[in-house]
Design a protein around this ligand. Sequence first.
Ligand SMILES: [Zn+2]
Ligand SMILES: [Zn+2]
Length: 272
Amino acid sequence: MLPSDNHVHTQFSWDTGPKASMEGACRRAVEVGLPAIAFTEHVDFTEWGEADQPPAGASVGVRRRVHSLDVDGYLESIERCRDQFPELRILSGIEAGEPHHFAGSVAAVLKSGTFDRVLGSLHSIVHDGRLVYANDVFGTMPAADLVRAYFAELLRLVEGSDVFQVLAHCDYPRRYWPARDGAYREADFEEEYRTVFRALAASDRPLELNTASPLASATLMQWWYDEGGPAVSFGSDAHVPLRVGDQFEVAVDVVEAAGFRPGRDEYDFWRR
Ligand SMILES: [Zn+2]
Ligand SMILES: [Zn+2]
């Protein structure tokens, strides 16, 4: 039995294209045999809201395509899919970008609807006084320095936000690691990973294994286990139906090798 896919985007996320479809994603989830799917749409902002906590006076950099989530339309679509796919457990949710900086803005979205699953994500870091996508910073500094800056900010996110339930793609910049710098080596950042993992474990929240990123090694998941990590959430980060549950067979082996096992039932996270 495959685990639930706790990280999927649909037409309601600002960065998806014409192939994105909530209905199509449900159909695919049933096809590949997933027990449940969570639609965690992007919640990002282009400016600071009233109760936000801008880091050191930084401005929000240009975020061209970002728009607000159509909460009502989204929740209606969730309801339609629940009627249409009774064999699939369908969770509502969001992927909150930089929830420690945008605390007030994220809280306002959460108050406007019912969201079962809240992912916490760091896509942007402060660079030259602006909050910019981490991948845009490669090239302006040594790649390893950028990754260290990312982990330092991720620690502040984990320690500074209790609004999210699962930490998504903990090493997001590795997706964009420049080939000219050789292979990305998890071992070069072991201390940084472990520091973030300790903080996340202390707050008793699951770590996501994100299968859209280069797949984490069993050693990396072992660090999470060693640091007291309570659970693992599986997420495809699919932006098209075809990617729902992508690589979950391999991901399950990686997580099992690190010592985690299926949880209380088929819908649960995997637990130690
Ligand atoms: Zn993300
Ligand atoms: Zn995502």
